[in-house]
Design a protein around this ligand. Structure first.
Ligand code: SF4
Length: 471
């Protein structure tokens, strides 16, 4: 997905806030990071970009912080391309960072080339999506018209921060698929994908930028709306299930609170006999605590994450080592599992590779029974909007492989497998349970997920569960 952070200071250097605020988006991306500040004295943009594929954001940038000067800056943790990109254009000089997935990038690239424009950045031999967004903006007579050009042309999603010579412009995806939150403190503003970035730096949440809304923040005028929000919103429900840091809020709804509510609802309704519950770290933890309260069983930390060196995993290109990495970061605890009917909580099942390995380990470590509860409904569709599953096609999803086995066609009768009240749905879940050797398996329902988040269903994207959203 990726995340960004920007900050505008009235009369002091923004660097400390920019550095730590960007770092607090590190859980959202693993490939590239970058920061740019604008120094109004020298009239210069200072930029640095690093790979995150073998080290953390802070360790890459801390030796060069002194080179950044200025009161305004933007930073990004990206899952794809090198950013920020700096432009000199008829709109003035500006730097841009995006959180985007552009499904029709080839078509837009051809359109831009046919107008005799060119691309200067080639990331891994491909067009850099952030540069493409910048070129679409430059087609406008001003920033608002240029950003609307992006809204009209990009299929997928695109939120952005633009650092100009006077301030920062924030534009949230037209359907609000990804968030932007604005914080304020005495003498400074912050703009971020994750509200988790704000409290330790002294900011209070001031505004949740709406879908398609464009705001500009300068030290002189504060926050000014340049474009009103769209009526329709399709914020990604996976922000609460998986992506979000527990202390983050989107649309005023806290991630940990939602995960706890999901677990509690499932615990209250569940008639399975279990001895204790345990979360698969990290995103299953809040849910398992809620489940324990709802079911009135103890919460056991029967799996510990080796946090000293595995706060998050770098993804090796080698398949065998990738699988080993997934295993090494979590350590099951025999003392807490031995002889128990264990109920584990996890965020989702995509391909199921990890679940198969985990289940075998839990039995090996002495669990008498292994029950699994999943905080989201079965994933029936890949994500065309924020790159959640990273799948090239829907057939990588365990559900589709099972539907193919049951129906002879992975695309047949999907509506029956989406509806949790049908025999087909029950059969699909039973097939997954059997494949992984689980004692029992239950998924959350779409209705209960929506209730736990606390927004109307029509304001949420639930496309990967029911195919209900659109570009
Ligand atoms: S399809 Fe799923 S992962 Fe993608 S934006 Fe919608 S809810 Fe989020």
């Amino acid at each position: 997905m990726g995340g960004f952070f920007g900050t505008v200071h009235a009369d002091n250097c923004c660097m400390n806030d920019l550095f730590y605020g960007t770092d607090y988006n590190s859980h959202l991306g693993t490939r590239r990071s970058g920061m740019t500040t604008y120094d109004s004295e020298s009239k210069k943009f200072n930029r640095s970009i690093h790979s995150l594929e073998n080290a953390y954001f802070r360790s890459k940038f801390e030796d060069e912080l002194d080179k950044f000067k200025g009161n305004i800056g933007i930073g990004v943790i990206s899952d794809t391309d090198p950013q920020p990109i700096i432009f000199n254009s008829h709109l003035g000089k500006f730097a841009i960072v995006t959180v985007a997935k552009i499904v029709n990038i080839d078509e837009l690239e051809q359109e831009i080339l046919s107008k005799k424009h060119h691309f200067a950045e080639l990331s891994s031999g491909h067009t850099n999506p952030t540069e493409l967004v910048g070129l679409l903006i430059i087609e406008g007579k001003d920033f608002v018209e240029g950003i609307e050009n992006v809204y009209n042309k990009v299929k997928g999603s695109c939120s952005m921060l633009i650092l100009t010579e006077t301030g920062i412009i924030a534009a949230r995806d037209k359907l609000g698929r990804t968030p932007i939150i604005i914080g304020k403190k005495e003498g400074a503003w912050a703009l971020t994908s994750e509200s988790t970035s704000l409290p330790n730096l002294g900011y209070d949440i001031e505004h949740y930028v709406g879908p398609g809304e464009i705001v500009e923040i300068t030290a002189q005028q504060g926050m000014k709306q340049l474009r009103a929000a769209n009526e329709e919103m399709q914020i990604c429900s996976f922000l609460w299930i998986y992506y979000g840091f527990p202390t983050s809020n989107y649309e005023g709804k806290n991630v940990e609170e939602v995960r706890f509510a999901i677990g509690k609802q499932m615990g209250q309704k569940d008639d399975s006999e279990v001895d204790c519950t345990c979360g698969i770290p990290d995103s299953g933890t809040g849910m398992a605590m809620g489940y324990a309260e709802g079911k009135k069983v103890p919460y056991h930390r029967a799996i510990a994450k080796y946090t000293p060196t595995w706060p998050r995993s770098f993804t090796p290109s080698d398949q065998t080592r990738r699988r080993l990495v997934a295993k090494m970061k979590l350590i099951p605890n025999r003392a807490m599992m031995q002889g128990n009917r264990m109920l584990f909580c996890d965020d989702s099942i995509v391909r199921g590779t990890q679940l198969r390995d985990n289940t075998r380990d839990f039995y090996d470590y002495g669990a008498r029974e292994v029950h699994m509860r999943i905080s989201c409904p079965p994933l029936i569709y890949g994500c065309p909007f924020v790159n959640f599953t990273n799948s090239k096609n829907d057939m990588e999803l365990i559900t589709r492989r099972i539907i193919e086995k049951l129906e002879g066609d992975p695309n047949k009768n999907l509506e029956k497998y989406i509806d949790s009240d049908t025999p087909e749905y029950a059969q699909m879940v039973e097939e997954i349970r059997k494949q992984f050797g689980l004692t029992s398996l239950k998924f959350n329902t779409i209705d209960d997920l929506v209730t736990a988040i606390g927004l109307p269903k029509c304001r949420l994207c639930t496309h990967c569960f029911d195919g209900s959203s659109h570009y």
